[in-house]
Design a protein around this ligand. Structure first.
Ligand code: NAD
Length: 492
């Protein structure tokens, strides 16, 4: 049995406790991870505060060099990282490499820290008075991450937090904790001083200890909405800066003028890719007017060709879901759908009889507000189709939803698409793009119950979150007051 250590002060530390890590493709335990209790959290935070005293004064070129080297090491270890992700998460190797590629973009963005940390200067705001600003690290950052992107989401946080001069304590998901330790080892190999990046494993108790510890200054959290809300409320009550990204229910609106083949391809990729376990997955296709029947026909054609199997089999389009409980919960949404007047067009639940936590692709027709399959975040390979009469009803449905992470519209009409971007209460919008994840130089964040706190993650808002501003107003003695002979008249 493989054991997954903590990574503290630049070293592996076995610790105590027994978190079972499963390979979702087999359903068997593949590793054990320890649990950081309140005492270990206190020890790590105390050490982090000491490390902060020196790391915050590291030069910007030192940090840049480390991040460039780290980027190269991530590329060199891509196969190893992807294999860990596939084993513990279940996603395909291609998906695992894809999440690394998106994480790398965040490291590359952080490499531009000289530019991102530039302050401002204004001369002569009053007679002889200048003002300049600069930003300092916020301090010790706790990064708490979900299971579905065990490499990308830690990199969303870590790259910019370290670039800004902070010390990071990462608490990865207990479902797939191994990749985080490898990230720590690669950062050390890149020259990051011991203790600047730490990984502790654990569960809700560990998170609670981080949230309550006075030595933690800021918390970056990504996970489900109930936990995000709790983390935000507890962390801010303890005086911390908190950004807490939550769950999602992403709609894809298809208008009558859309290319339905393009829309069907998009629905398949965004609805079933990574078994639907992406916070930006499309879970509801909103078919406007007469679009529903032809679109469903095109989606089912494609859906019937999907191959579901182990993530390390190159033939698989998507793999298992994360846990047995998750599989059983997802299946309930499909089996209960007819009672809500929803037609089950494709039912992939029979795969549950296989070893591992597999659910085949499921398609539901007629989901709508007030039904469980619409109201809840299913987070599995279940795509719903909602039928509405017109564009206005589609926008009303999107805006009434409790989540506001991502949304997409498929149309050939630029004016309607532009209007849509202005009318929807959603943070990230795709126009003929089903998964509109912003590139690293923009920031990622939803609205409503998809984000607690005002700061989006990574990009410019990431640097702002991980730093605090100082503004200096300066006045030096005027020439008339100067003790130095300047060699010219002192009155101007
Ligand atoms: P989760 O909320 O169960 O867990 C996230 C983290 O919180 C884990 O590290 C976990 O150990 C910890 N945690 C769990 N319960 C806790 C509790 N009661 N108190 C304190 N900490 C707790 O989420 P998950 O199942 O790992 O991830 C899937 C969820 O994350 C989905 O809802 C998905 O939409 C969301 N997600 C959102 C984004 C985004 O950017 N908005 C990105 C990825 C995933």
């Amino acid at each position: 049995m493989r054991s997954v250590p903590h990574f503290i002060r630049g070293e592996r530390f076995e610790g105590s406790g027994d978190l079972a890590v499963c390979n979702p493709a087999t359903g068997e335990v593949c590793a054990k991870a320890p649990i950081a209790d309140a005492d270990l959290v206190d020890d790590v935070v105390t050490a982090a505060r000491e490390t902060l005293l020196t790391w915050r004064d590291s030069t910007l070129s030192q940090r840049t060099n480390i991040l460039f080297t780290f980027r190269q090491l991530l590329v060199a270890h891509a196969t190893e990282l992807a294999a860990l992700v596939t084993e513990e998460h279940g996603k395909t190797t291609a998906d695992a490499r894809g999440e690394l590629a998106r994480g790398l973009e965040n490291v590359e963005y952080a490499c531009g820290l000289m530019e991102h940390l530039k302050g401002a200067f204004t001369s002569q705001v009053a007679d002889g008075v200048d003002v300049h600003s600069f930003r300092e690290p916020v301090g010790v950052v706790a990064a708490i991450t979900p299971f579905n992107f065990p490499v990308m989401v830690p990199l969303w946080m870590t790259a910019n937090a370290l670039a800004s001069g902070n010390v990071v304590i990462l608490k990865p998901s207990e479902r797939d904790p191994s990749a985080a330790v490898l990230l720590g080892e690669l950062l050390s190999a890149a020259g990051l001083p011991a203790g600047v990046f730490n990984v502790i494993h654990g569960n809700a108790t560990t998170v609670q200890a981080l949230l309550e510890h006075q030595g933690v200054d800021a918390v970056s959290f990504v996970g489900s909405t109930p936990v995000a809300r709790h983390v935000f409320q507890t962390g801010t009550a303890a005086g911390k800066r908190v950004q807490a990204l939550g769950g999602a229910k992403n709609h894809m609106v298809v208008l009558a003028d859309a290319d339905l083949d393009v829309a069907a391809d998009a629905a398949i990729n965004a609805g079933f890719g990574s078994a639907g376990e992406r916070c930006m997955a499309v879970s509801v296709v909103v078919a406007v007017g007469d679009v529903a029947d032809p679109l469903i026909a095109k989606i089912t054609d494609r859906l019937d060709k999907l191959v579901v199997g182990p993530g390390n089999d190159p033939a698989s389009d998507f793999g298992p879901v994360i846990t047995r409980e998750s599989r059983d919960r997802i299946i309930q949404y499909v089996t209960n759908a007819p009672a809500d007047g929803i037609e089950v067009v494709r039912d992939g639940t029979a795969m549950a009889t296989q070893p591992g936590f597999f659910v085949g692709p499921c398609l539901l027709d007629g989901v709508r507000p007030g039904t469980r399959a619409y109201d809840d975040e299913i987070f599995g390979p279940v795509l719903g189709v909602a039928r509405v009469a017109n564009y206005a009803q589609a926008v009303a449905m999107v805006n009434a939803n409790q989540y506001g992470n991502g949304v997409a519209i498929f149309t050939r009409d630029g004016n309607v698409a532009r209007q849509f971007t202005r009318e929807v209460s959603v943070g990230m919008i795709g126009i003929n793009v089903p998964i509109p994840v912003p590139v690293a130089s923009y920031s990622f964040g939803g609205w409503k119950n998809s984000l607690f706190g005002h700061s989006h993650i990574y990009g410019p808002e990431g640097f702002a979150f991980y730093t605090r501003a100082k503004v200096v107003t300066t006045r030096w003695p005027q020439p008339s007051e100067s003790q130095i002979d300047l060699g010219f008249p002192t009155t101007r």
